[in-house]
Design a protein around this ligand. Sequence first.
Ligand SMILES: [Zn+2]
Length: 884
Amino acid sequence: MLKSLAGGLLALAVSTVAFAQADDPRKPPTFRLGDAATPLDYEATLAIDPKAERFEGVIRIRMRINRESPVVWMHARSLEVMSVEIRQGSRTFAAQATLDGKDFIGLDAKDGKFTVGEAFATIRYTGALEPLQTRGLFRQKEGGEWYVVSQFEADSARYAYPCFDEPGWKTPWQITIDAPATNFVASNTPEVRLTDAPRAGWKRHAFAITKPLPSYLIAMAIGPFDVVDGGTAGRNKTPLRYLAPKGRGAETRWAKESTPRILEILEDYFDMPYPFEKLDTVSIPQTVNFGAMENVGLITYASTLLLAKPEEESPAFKRRYAAVGAHEIAHMWFGNLVTLAWWDDTWLNESFATWMGQKAIGTYKPEWQSGWQRSVSRSRALFADRLPSARPLHKPVLERGDINAAFDRITYDKGAAVLSMFEAWLTPERFREGVRTYVKERAYGSATSRDFFKALGDAAGKGDEALAALGAFVNQPGIPLMDVTLRCESGVKPALEVKQSRLRPAGTNVPEMQWTTPACFTYDAPGGPKVTCAEIANGANRVPLSGVAQCPHWVAGNARGAGHYIVRFDEALTRQALLSLPTLPEAEAVALVSDAALLSRTGLLPMNKALVFFSRGLDHPAVGVQQAAIEALKVVHPEHLGTVGYPATATAKATIDREFAGALARKYGWTEKPNDTDAMRELRVVLLPYAADFSGDKALRTEARDRARQWLRNRGGADAMMVTPILDTAARFADTATYEALEAEALATTNQRDRRQLLSALAKVRDDKLMKRFLALSIEKRDGQDRIGGRDVLLSMDDALEEDAVRRPVFAWVRENFDALAAKLPPETPAQLTRELGRLCTPEDRKDYVAFFSERAPRYVGGKRRYELPLEAMDICIAARPRS
Ligand SMILES: [Zn+2]
C-alpha cells in the first residue's frame, strides 16, 4: 500500500506484510513474525571451539505474550534443538520445538497454552559453524589456526540462536561464551567476568549487558588473535583494540593510526560522544559478499581491507580502510543507536553511512575525496539507476530475497548521491542540524525514512517542500535527464533553457517520473567561474545566469560534479564544452566526461561524439579528469565501435589509444616517482594496464612481465599499488612460462592478498590453452582437497567474466561446468555468476544466457533478480550498437 503525504507527491510505503498466524496458530509464519509475542531480553551462553565443526548453545528469552496461544513462533535456521523449557509465573513446563526446516521454530505448549503476560523460554540446541559462507557463526583457518567470527546482518542471527530476528526488536542482550583457554574472545561489550568453564581446559567469558540492540548487530569473535591495544579516543575516552590473526598484530598499524581520528570527526558531526562502551576492530580472513560490518562495539573487516605489511601500505590501501572505517563507525549512530524499524529502510542506513563516510574522509584527508575519487560513487549510482527495472531507494520488503536485494548499488550509491544533492540544497549547516536532532530524539530506539525527512525539513525550515522533493527521489526509480540550450539574446540576461524528463536508454520505454531537482550550473564569467542554482521541474524551465552580462564561453551542467541527474547539451553547447573542456574546473570536467560515457553506453550519445569528450579529457591537466577519460575508454564496448563513417569509431578509438593513452602511459611509467600525488598513483593503476592492452605498445607488456617476475622473486620489487596492474597485464599476455610461474605462486602462497591478486590476474589470461588450464584448475581436486577454495573461485569467475576479451569462452565453460562449480561455491552464491554478464552484447549471446540461466538462477535466494538485471543491461547494450 502506498500512503500519500504532502500533496500526493511524497508517497511513503507502509509495510503491508501480511502477518501470519491468522487462523491456525500451529502453522509457521510465511515471512514476518507478527505481534503475538514481544522479546524483552536475552541471555545466551554459547560453547564454541573454533577447531570443531559444531557449537552448543543455551538461550533464555524473556518475552511478553500478547495473545493467548498454544504456540509461540520465532526464528531459527539449521539448528538442532535438544530441549525447550517454559516458565510462566509459577508454572514450568516442557514445550515441543517445531522446526519448519527453513526459518522458524515454534515453541508448542502441547496440551496447554501460553497465557498473556511474561514468559521465559530456555532453549538448548546445537548448530553448525559454517565452513564456506560468512554468515551466522562461521569458521576460517588462517596461518594454521582456526577462528570463529559472526555475521548476522541481515537475517543470519537465526543460525546462531533462536530469536526474534527482525531489526525492529531492540532489547538488552547478555552474551556469555565458553571457549578453549587458548582463544581470545570478544563480543559487543567489555568482558566483565572470566571464570573456568564446566569443560576442562575451557574458560567462560561473560560480557556486560548490552544497550537495547536488534539481533543483527550482536557479534562475537573467538580465536588465538593478536590483540593490539589502541588506547582511547573521543569525548568519552572509548577504549580501542585491534584483533588480527596470530602473529599479524603489527599489520593493524594504519588502522591504529587512523581510527581514533575518524571516530572524533564523526563525534563532532553528530555532536554526540561515540554511543557504546568500546570499539574492537576485527579481521576476518576472507568474506563473501561484504567488506566490513558495523556490529555494535565490534566492527569486522575482510583482512585485506584491514591488514597490511609495511610494503603493502599504499595510499589506496590507506584510503580504502579509512573510507570503509568511516562508513562503519558512522553506523554506530546511524543504524545502531537509531535503528531502522524494518528492512524497507535499509537504504537510509546504508546511504547515510556512505554519504557520512565520504564526508568524514573529506575532512580527514581532503585529497582522498576529490577529482576522480569523488565521482566514483555518483557514476556507479547513475549506471545502476539507468535500468528500466531499477528499484526505488525505498521499497517494500515482502520476502526473504527482498532483504538481501536491498543491499545494492542503488541503496549505497544513489542514496549517498541524493543525500549530497539535498545537503547542498538545504545547506550543510541545516542538514547537519536535522541529522543531530533525529539522532538525539531517537537514541536507542527505532525510526523510519519519514522520521528522518521530517527532521531535515524542520531544520531547514522547508517542511513539506523538502519532504516532497526528497520523497520524489526516494520513492521513484530513475534519473532526471536535463536537455540544455543556452539563450543569449541582446538586451536580455543570458539564460539556460532546461527541459527535464526521465532518462530512457535506447530500446526501453520506461514510464515518466516527476522530480523537482535541485540543480546547479557552472559557467565562465569575467573573474572566474560562477554558479547558478535552480529547482528544475519536469518540462521546460528557464534559468537566468547570474553575474554575467555576456554570453559565457562554456556551461557545465553539474556544478562541483554533484547531483543525481544528467545534463545533455545541444549542438552549440556541446561544441563549446568540448573546446573548453581542458580548461574547466576538475570536478565539472570529470562529470562531463563520465556523463558522456554513460550517455553513449545507453545509446543516447553517438560514440563518435563521446570519443571526442574522452580525448579532450585526456588533454586536461588534472589527473582526475585524465582518469575519468581512461575509465570511460575502458568500458567502451567493442560492439559499440563501427567501421563505417569517417573516421570510423573503431579507427578513432584506436588513434586515441595509441596517441593519447599510449603517450600518457609512457610518460607515467610502471613505477611511482618520489613526488607523485595520490591521484597520480591512482591514475597509473588504470592507465598502464589499459595502454598495455590497447595502445599497441608491446614494450609496456614486456615490462609488466619482467616486473611481475621480479615481484615473484622479491615482494618489494613493485610499488604496492602497482602489483595488481602488473600481474594483470603479465597474465593477460602470458606465455606458458609466465603463466606457470604465476600459477605456482598462487597455489603456494599463504598471504591472502597475494593469492587474491594472483588468482585475479590468472583469470584474465588470453591464450586459449592457458585459459582452459586455469578454468580447469578452479574445479580440480588433489587428494580430495580443492586446489582453489570456493570463495576464491567465486571471485575469479567474476574477474574472468568482467574481461571483454575472454567473456564469451569463459561463459561457455561456465555453462558446461556449472554443476561442478556450483557444488563448491558458497551456498546460494551460484546465481552471482550472472553478475558480469550484462556486458554480453549480441542477440546470440543473449539467447545463450536466457537458455542457461532463466531456470537455474531462480533456484537461489534472490536469483530471479540476479537473472533479470544483466538481461536488461544486455538489451540496452544491444540497442545501443551502431546501425550500419
Ligand atoms: Zn553499511
